[in-house]
Structure formats: structure tokens, C-alpha cells
Design a protein. Sequence first.
Lengths: 316, 263
Amino acid sequence: MSVLAVAEHRRGELRDVSLELITAGRELAAGLDERLHVAVIGGDVERFAAELNREGVDTVYTVDYDDTFNHSVYIQALSQLDDTLDPSVVVVPHTSNGLDVAPALSVRLDRPLVTDAVALDVEDGLRVTREMYGSKVETAIGVESERAVVTVRPTEWDPAAETSNVTVTAFDATIDEDAIRSSVTGYKEAATGDVDITNADVLVSVGRGIDDEENLPLIFDLAEALDATVSASRPIIDNGWLPPNRQVGQSGKVVSPDVYIAIGISGAVQHVAGMKDADTIIAINTDPNAPIFDIADYGIVDDLFEVVPELIEQFE
Amino acid sequence: MKVLVTIKQVAEATDEFELSGGDIDESYLSYDLNEWDNYALEEAVAFAEEEDDVEVVTVTVGPERSEETIRMALAKGADRAIRVWDEAIAEREWLDAETKAELLAAVAREEDPDLVFTGVQASDDGFGATGVALAEKIGFEWAAVVNSLAIDREADGAHVHRELEGGVEELVDVELPAVFTVQTGINEPRYASMRGIRRAQGQPLEVRDMADIGLSAADLDSPLRRLSARKPESEGDATFFEGSHDETAGELAGVLRERGVGE
């Protein structure tokens, strides 16, 4: 048996999460006393395989196919690899494409699926730690099966760095074209608009706590007083209160300003992924347990509608 | 044409809470329609309004308390609602995504929809897997994390955008029938009108047990166990400012000025 990690790439680039997957995968493999293999499907697989040449990987299996992502191709190729390798655990990134593949793969392979792992342990059978209720609770899931599919959360494991001398094997998968019932026709980048939040030194960032679109001028007033730029977390964009070019997070922009002031933002993992590298993080939130305080340098547990007007006054 | 929308009544925890067993103690939980499903429902209802022959059917796996949520979906414009529940399900401590997909698949086989809309994930357990697992079980094509959706009935297909990381969208053509897992922000979900709420009060809710949908308690068996739960330890080392509003704001202003902000 072995552990099989499924690498992810997009538009010709191997994604960082693939190297994190190797770290998670080799932890599992070491615990299970098994080998770690990596599958990379489609695109310039030889170049990807070279980039996946990392300590702890036994073999990289390459499947030559189109560069564009298609879940059916992935599932067909992985099913055939599964027949050959019979891996114990198949690890997939918990990304948009991972979510497009892993659930169907687990059904096809008749394996249990646990998603969004933040920690893995095999001492007493496979145990997966994952979060619930928007990071308020950590749950341990026990897998009473020798085989499983697990998706792992990006940036929870460090990317594997040390290169090695892995074997690269071209795997000859038979892809049934008739089973492919969707196709990628192109890509669209989020509009940049007139504001580039990635260039700002100081960001005043607003979240769900603002309650109403009518309260947004308060945030813009603060930004003006501080000579800062306004950014936002996802709910503000979803509500259409601010345009997508203002969104900080996994599906928006990654920012690293000198100062990031999070106002009424709980700090969901997807948001934190976009701002954790800011030099100084300041958080104002009514919930003392909000995860934003875990990464903040300075915090005020209070009502933003009380604190922000006072703060504006300090700079007038 | 028929659109099946999966609806989950999710649990939300108060800021302060206690754990009991493998979960948050029930007294700290309140229940509401899953945010993602609200967008999926809106997508279905808006589509039905554009076309004149589209039926929207919601399906929920949940206990009696979820009827409040289901009525809200009816009030927003769904035509029919199905709730799956029985004692065998109630006895399980939880249902993993695959098991839930099995139940939903049984309903889908009976209802024979052309389209299935689900939310990308549920806000409580956040598995993000039910929709795509369902698609595989019923032999539908699918697309996950959809933030733009246009059904092309003439072509028997759909043009969708999938939200990838980093503000990139992937444009995909999908053959029907298909399952789409819908991302927040795809539309502007409506509020139920008073008229809709009154109408929904009179609509029948179809409750099905395992036998009704051709399954048995054994179909609920899963190799996954929820072993334990804990509050994550705070890894933070933030300095907290305490006191009156002007005191905390004053201290924060000091920190900002030290960094040259607002000077």
C-alpha cells in the first residue's frame, strides 16, 4: 500500500498547494510505513514532475493529457492508478478543483471522504482533524476503513522544499472521451477597477459586522482620516456593497500592507489566507473568540460603531 | 423542466458556548437556512421566473424543526418541498456527506430533475462534498463552486463560471442534466414577501422516510466517526486594549502614529 497525493496545476503552473500536499502525504506515509507517490494529470507533466521532485516522494506518476482541468479525466486516470497502486489514502488539495474531483472520486472508488483536514494522525487508525462552525470547533474524525480520500486545507502544511531523486513514471491511462461532458472554454480575471488594494500601505478592511450598506461611510471616513485604502471581506462583496477588486482573501486579493485594520471581520480561514502577511494587524470585533484575534497584533473587543468614531476623532 | 434544490437547516453557535459530547451543546445553537443554499434557491427561483415551465422542488434531510426553514424556501418561491427523516436517521449522531448524498440521490431518482442546485458547502460542518458526490451517484454531470450560471436549453447545456482561488474564474460548458454547487455572491437572494409567507403556510410538506425512498437503515452505515470536539487553542499573542471607547481608541491611535499612519 502507499499514499497517493494528487498534484494541482493551473494554466501551466504547478500550484504551491501541491508541495504542501507532499508534506502532508509524507507525514501520513511515514506513520503508515508506506511509500508516498504523487500523480500529476495533464499539461506539461514532465516539467511538473521535475518540480515535484521532493524528499519523501517515491514515484511521480504522470498522465499525459490536456492542460485544462477536467474532473472526468482526473477521475478516470485516478481510478486506473488506484487499480494499479491500491493506495491507502488519496490526498487531494481542498481547493475549488479539489472540491470538483474528490467527492466524486470517493464515490467512484467506494472510499470514505473527509474534507478540509487541518491535521492528520495515523497512530490509532486514520484520524482527521477538521474545523466546524467557521473555525469555532475542532473535530476529530475517525476513519474505520483502510482506505480513504482526504482533502487537505491549503497553507496548513509547509511546502516540501528539499529536492530528491524521485522516479518519474509515465502512466498510460485510457481516457474515454465519451465520458467527458464538460469542457473549459476560457478564464476570466476579476476586474481590477480603479483601486489596487495590493499596493496600499494601510488598509482599513470591513466585514460582516458593519451590518448595513448604509454604515459603510463610517469606514470610508476612517480610511480618509488615516490616508488609507478600504478593502473588505467576502460577505461585503457578495452583498454587492463593494466591488470584487476590494476583496481580501483566498478568492480575492492577497495583500501584505504595513498596517491592516480588520473591522467587524471574524477572520475565517479564507480571509486570513489573504492578509496574514501584513506587518501589523489590528482587529476590532465584538466576539472575543473571533479567529481574527489569533493573528492580530493589537485587538479591541468592542462594538465597532463605538470605537471607530472615536478613532476618527483622534485623527481630526 | 424540473430543478431540485437541496436545502440544509444549519446550526449556528453563539459567541460563547460549551461543548458536550462531540459537538457544541445544543442550548448554544440556533438554526437557519444555510447561506450557500439560499443562493442556490434564488438561482432556481429566478430561473423559474424567466421560463414558464420550470418547477422548483426543494429537498431537505432534517428533523421537524427544519420545517421552518423549508417554509421559508417555499415562501421565496419554491413550488414543492420534500423532507427526508425517520427514526433510523435520528438515531445517527451525524450524517457524513456521502451518506447525505445517498439519501438525496434516492430522492433525485424519484423526482427525476433536469438540474440540481446545491450550496458549495454548509456553514456548520463545511464538508463541501454533498453536491458533487450526489452528481456521481445519479450519473449527472457537475460543476463545483459556480459563481455565474446560464442555462442554454436549446443546447441542452449550461455556461458556467467556476470560482478558483485568487480572483480567477474558469469558464466551463456543461452538458445537462447536471448538478451545480452554487457559491455565495452569484445573485442577490430575495426576502420572502408577506404574500409568499402566507401562501407557504398552506402548502403541504412531503415527508419521506427511508422506506419511501427505497433505502434501509443499513444505507446510513458509514466508516466515519466523530470522535471528539474541542475549542481550538488560541495561538494569538495580541495586545488587547481595554477601557472606555475613547481610551481604547486613543491607545490604538498611538500604535498607528508610531507606524506613521495618518501623519
